[in-house]
Design a protein around this ligand. Structure first.
Ligand code: ZN
Length: 239
């Protein structure tokens, strides 16, 4: 148990106006202090209506709170740049897999695995809004239809250009291929580096996260799955 003397100190650091410093206040146990902090924090971003504030003004305020001056020369256009950059990085919210594939579906009797390897991938983690980046490998076994080769990359972008966790991103890519071309099987592997782990937090520079998602034949037949994993991960170059 944390000593009760810590509670007023911890609270005074975060909410200076909220600590009367009375003897009674010191007897508040840490559990109730934590609850109070959570209430204040959540009230901050749920009850204040900022919908009328421009994106640029919000970014300028973030710069100010970080300790810099959004009015200085080098940063004057930063809020506008951040808005445009963020619009691009989250443009996947306005796209569907059908938009990405268009009419690039073709009838084809090919029954062997089609693998598109090393698709560059850039996304933003939903917990820190920091980038994670790496490669996606997308494979499928056609069942009468194939898609244009560039379309796997387009599908990756539809879901990568959102706030994401890597696990869901991998599943969404697999599900989109499964739904749109209705193949015999789909397999997706994503390998990525997360800046929220590299720049902060545990500061692990070389730890790569690998996720996979499978449907149909890749789940049912271990030889098919192993062939995919061998082809997808063999001789992977540096990132
Ligand atoms: Zn993160």
């Amino acid at each position: 148990m944390i000593g009760s003397a810590d509670a007023p100190l911890g609270r005074s650091l975060r909410y200076p106006a909220d600590v009367p410093g009375s003897v009674d206040d010191r007897s508040v146990d840490t559990a109730s202090v934590d609850t109070a902090s959570v209430d204040i924090a959540s009230a901050d971003h749920t009850s204040v209506d900022l919908s009328g504030v421009s994106y640029e003004a919000l970014v300028a305020e973030m710069i100010r709170r970080s300790g810099d001056d959004p009015e200085r020369e080098g940063m004057l256009k930063t809020p506008e740049r951040v808005r445009k950059s963020m619009e691009f990085l989250t443009s996947g919210y306005h796209m569907t897999p059908d938009d990405a594939i268009g009419d690039a579906l073709f009838t084809e009797s090919h029954q062997n695995m089609v693998l598109v390897r090393d698709i560059e991938l850039y996304s933003l983690c939903e917990h820190h809004l920091l980038p994670f980046f790496g490669k996606a490998h997308v494979a499928y076994i056609p069942d009468g239809r194939i898609m244009g080769l560039s379309k796997a990359a387009r599908i990756v972008d539809v879901f990568a250009r959102r706030f994401q966790v890597q696990e869901r991103l991998t599943e969404q890519i697999a599900q989109a291929v499964w739904d749109t071309i209705q193949p015999q099987g789909v397999a997706v592997v994503v390998e990525a580096y997360h800046l929220c782990m590299m720049m902060r937090g545990v500061q692990k520079q070389n730890s790569k996260t690998i996720t996979s998602a499978m449907r149909g034949a890749f789940l049912e037949d271990h030889r098919t799955r192993e062939e995919f994993l061998r082809l997808a991960t063999d001789n992977s170059g540096p990132l």
